[in-house]
Design a protein around this ligand. Structure first.
Ligand code: SF4
Length: 447
């Protein structure tokens, strides 16, 4: 039995000329600031992989199944180069919302090229919009759940208890290129327990994995001072477990530079000290809105002032690189709320309270259970390829049209660059590097 697992979790986005200009400047400034704050380091590779798809490939190979891991960008070549008889018997796609229609297209092509191919779809989208997806794309034979052993068993129509657990959590040799060419992501949990109304992470099943996220296994492939990101929605899954994760990582001699995401409400001096001891050099936090009405509307609660106190605390006791990310167009947003956010972000950058601000658009991803969808969102486009955090909004809000949201997004991207540049006087002193910081995300844009 031959199996192809297609990693369709990343894709290339088309950007407008203004966005291209803004992104180029952003990554040039980042090149300077990241090196200035973090010091010399091996930057992340420009390719990415889904650890979930690789984990399933690891389980299937370990259990004797002829399984190939294929990035979505390679599928045309694979189909072209395969004789009819060499095509697989089973194809599993790991997809995100914008790639589901693309996977459906290749599924039809594969089914018309070889009779009896079984095609399954997995990933967070498939989990929280399974009924909607099957109704829209009946070409998929089955949706597989978001849990590695169960998903692996479903792919081969077996039972999890018939599969044995591989000794390695992930076998990185399955990747087509050496691990150091990729942006290395590890995780100690998946899904998120906090269920904020705007965020798909809260809809995924919550699972816990090894406390070090498999750090020891990647060390043999990487040079010292490589940047590694822990991609848990919230490091460790909870405040208490974040400390346990740090303690576990501190016991490993790794010499890597780590980053993670955390909720600002969790952060205490104890946690910051643990993060520093574990080798974390970058901390990312969401600054969703300064407007309590917006926060309540998305079930986020919390005090908007808390993040500012947290930032000051981190600055006082550490040299950690602080990234915050903001989301434009959240349900309940108004022009005033957006303007307030822009003013705050400019202040934080100009005074160097934070080292980086990432900006995304809110996307109301499809979801079978409409009762959990935020209120006041009016979907205007059912084409899932457009459900992307950097593309023109597929929705409008009660008080903001899609044009208003899009204009605010483009404006804030420009303002971030101006304030960031000003903070370091880069243009004035001619210090902006010519090259962009080689973050994996650059490869996802058509620059
Ligand atoms: S916004 Fe953050 S805390 Fe809330 S569900 Fe998403 S990942 Fe979890």
């Amino acid at each position: 039995m031959k199996i192809w697992l297609i990693d369709a979790t990343t894709y290339r986005r088309s950007l407008s000329p203004l966005q291209i200009e803004n992104k180029r400047l952003y990554f040039r400034i980042k090149n300077y600031v990241k090196n200035h704050i973090v010091g010399p380091h091996e930057p992340p590779g420009q390719k990415c992989y889904s650890a979930g798809v690789l984990r399933i490939a690891t389980i299937l190979r370990h259990n004797g199944y002829d399984t190939e891991y294929i990035p979505l960008a390679e599928i045309d070549k694979m189909i072209e180069n395969s004789e009819r008889g060499a095509l697989p018997d089973i194809v599993g796609f790991g997809a995100v919302t914008p790639t589901v229609p693309v996977c459906a297209h290749y599924s039809s092509l594969l089914k018309s090229s070889k009779n009896g191919i079984r095609i399954v779809l997995g990933g967070a989208h498939a989990h929280f919009a399974s009924k909607t997806t099957m109704a829209k794309y009946p070409v998929f034979d089955e949706i597989v759940p978001d849990c590695d052993m169960v998903a692996a068993a479903k792919i081969i129509q077996s039972r999890p208890k018939d599969l044995s657990n591989p000794p390695l959590y992930i076998d990185y040799k399955i990747l087509p290129e050496p691990l150091h060419n990729y942006c290395v992501n590890l995780f100690t949990s998946s899904g998120c327990k906090y269920h904020c109304g705007h965020c798909q992470d809260g809809l995924a099943v919550y699972n816990e994995y090894a406390l070090d996220g498999g750090l020891s296994e990647v060390l043999v492939y990487l040079k010292p001072k490589t940047t590694i990101h822990y991609c848990d929605s919230v490091l460790g899954g909870s405040e208490k477990r974040a400390v346990e994760v740090c303690k576990k990582i501190s016991s490993i001699k790794h010499n890597m530079l780590l980053s993670c995401d955390l909720r600002s409400e969790f952060i205490s001096s104890e946690l910051v000290e643990n993060l520093v001891n574990a080798g974390f050099v970058e901390l990312r936090m969401g600054l969703l809105s300064t407007d309590r009405h917006v926060l309540n509307n998305i079930n986020r609660g919390g005090n908007p002032d808390k993040i500012l106190e947290t930032i000051k605390l981190i600055r006082k006791i550490s040299k950690i690189y602080i990234s915050i990310y903001i989301t434009i167009g959240l349900p309940g947003s108004t022009t005033d709320a957006v303007d307030q956010l822009i003013r705050l972000v400019k202040h934080l950058l100009e005074k160097r309270y934070v080292d980086e601000v990432k900006c995304n658009l809110y996307v109301p991803y499809p979801n079978d259970d409409n009762t959990t969808s935020p209120i006041g969102v009016h979907i205007q486009n059912e084409d899932w390829t457009k459900y992307d955090r950097q593309s023109y909004p597929v929705y409008g809000l009660s008080k903001l049209t899609s044009d208003d949201i899009w204009n605010a997004f483009q404006k804030i991207e420009g303002e971030i660059n101006i304030s960031w540049d000003k903070a370091y006087e880069l243009s004035r002193s001619g210090k902006i590097p010519d090259t962009c910081y080689p973050e994996y995300i650059i490869s996802c844009y058509k620059l």
